[in-house]
Design a protein around this ligand. Sequence first.
Ligand code: BDP
Length: 713
Amino acid sequence: MKKKFLIFILSIFPVFVFANDGYGLWLQYLPFENKAITEYYSDYLDNIVLLGNSPTHEVIHKELEFAYSGFFDKKIGKISRTNTGSGLLWIGKLDDFPKEIKDALSEYAQSLNDEGFLLHYLKGKLIVSSKTDIGLLYGTYAFLKKIQTRKKLEDLHEISNPKIQKRLLNHWDNLNRTVERGYAGFSIWNWHRLPQHIDQQYIDYARANASIGINGTSITNVNANALVLTSEYLEKAAALADAFRPYGIKIYLTARFNAPMVLDNLPTADPLNPEVQQWWKDKVKEIYAYIPDFGGFLVKADSEGQPGPHNYGRTQADGANMLADAVKPFGGIVMWRAFVYNEHTPTDRIRQAYDEFKPLDGKFSDNVIVQVKNGPLDFQPKEPFHPLFGAMPETPLMMEFQITKEYLGQDTHWVNLASMWEEVLQSDTYANGPGSTVSKVLDGSLHDYKLTGIAGVSNIGTDRNWTGHQTAQADWYAFGQLAWNPNQNIEIIAEDWIRMTFSNDPEVIKTMKGIMMNSYEILVNYMTPLGLHHIMARSHHWGPGPWVTGGGRDDWTATYYHKANSDSIGFDRTETGSNALAQYAHEWKEIWGDSETIPLEFLLWFHRMPWNKKLFTGNTLWDELAISYQKGVEGARWMQQEWNKLEGLIDPDRFKHIASFLKIQVNEAEWWRDACLLYFGQYSKMPLPEGVEAPKHDLNYYLNFKRNFVPGI
Ligand code: BDP
């Protein structure tokens, strides 16, 4: 068997000629590339014993059949469902195994939590095991991944437990099927056909999520419509919950704070009003009658026009605790968003969440978790980590990442979001001294949180390939991986995704991984270098808009953030300015507070600088800015060249799809560079440094560039 393994490592990779629309995501189970590999894995897959009979076991059974037909291009033989089978691959919960296997595995049992799994090679048998049904499903996917990524199975020993309890997708899907900030078609939830019709896409959605360990989904927009809490919609949501249950996925709903007024004409939604409290208790009882394992509520309150406790002079804790009391008897939780800010609050917008929530630390019920965006502003391409992480030892905090690329090129730019997320997860809050990373806040180890969670705003829609850009599937995949273990190596995540989704050909892996690992820095350079932020177009947020100014809300303009004039550019957030820097540990105050030593990526986030200021790079600020934009454009062109090398090594459909999107990306990178440099150049009045290409048009062209019907709003 060992000899065979060596042979296939050295095998030649075929050219892919079959059509592939990407619907299969990373669960492609592509045919093996040669006979040696086929024979090696068939030893295991032709001899399967699967013990147990729950609905989740049926899911496992079907997935094995599906994988088999993909790998071998034929139907699987019998999967034995009794423990008298003689298979090489044994899949079952610890308790379901015959005594000798159970005894041999008992030493590992204590290391497994309820969702964890064990892969273990035991005297010629490969064992996939767990304590629970769902752990077994996760283990099965982990086993299949070993095959998809061509790993050796002998001597395998892996125990894996998720480090974070609640791992959710947040869909910003409206009941009319538009998706706020969605760029991959319409909402996959076809409310009109529910509850009777369960679309195959729901099942494939659940499979994909289970395969990466996601165990919850909030199916409606945070800008919530109270209608979803009516019996008409609860019945539909219950049908989805039923479909997802065997995959270990719970349903959550967004709760509009004034729902008692909207749905039942109560005169108030004051969280301290007993009638309001009773209304929510009754509503929750009704929800649990439809969905017995309902996960709980996700709430956006007092933010961007949403109603909330502020309307009644109450705190965020008052609001959250009222809902928490209602779901508590049923085991539900409340995910209360910290994205609270107001144009009438006179302080710097990025300070406001911390100023509001920090004094409430310890005041939330134990089934509330506060959901905090990765940075203090709003999913910008580059932000420092949110200062609330590390600042709330008595209140569980969860992370909210945006998987949909609202501010990062929407559906047509290729950028590996895991690179951004890793930076945030590994940032040191210094809360309990050095090493107090954001990931330790999230997994609960830093402050001993009893409740832990992470959410990603979904990038999924009705597009055949789910995510618009074929490569945006990688962001969904990587989110799941980091939710399971926020310390996972993102290069390995990228490599596994490439192998599972495209090919095991070393050339493909090397080239795609190279693009992915550089793509984030490239995008930041052509969009928001040197710490610029919120300079996108108004409302739909597609493309550059450094000139956006005026209108109802200053904090929704670009000029509020960059403050460019003929002397300087940037937002002073040090002591001489808004002092948002004071919300971070003193270690960060030292690094970020000094305009001479701050990493350039955050320069204009924290400092206001003269255009002709000499930076440590030897360039003036203006030159550095222009050179960064140029570098970004060159980076995008490099991505395109790299990709084009893969022609013939990738199936033609996906090759062409990505090639054409890269053309858009290069054009838009140039658009960002030219528009921003022309706009800022009016203030700096300095010439473009050598090597920076002259813009294609004049500023007026960019100012008047018409954008009709941009998706996602
Ligand atoms: C902003 C989006 C807006 C969302 C908001 C939020 O532009 O559509 O409603 O975030 O997170 O970035 O609530």
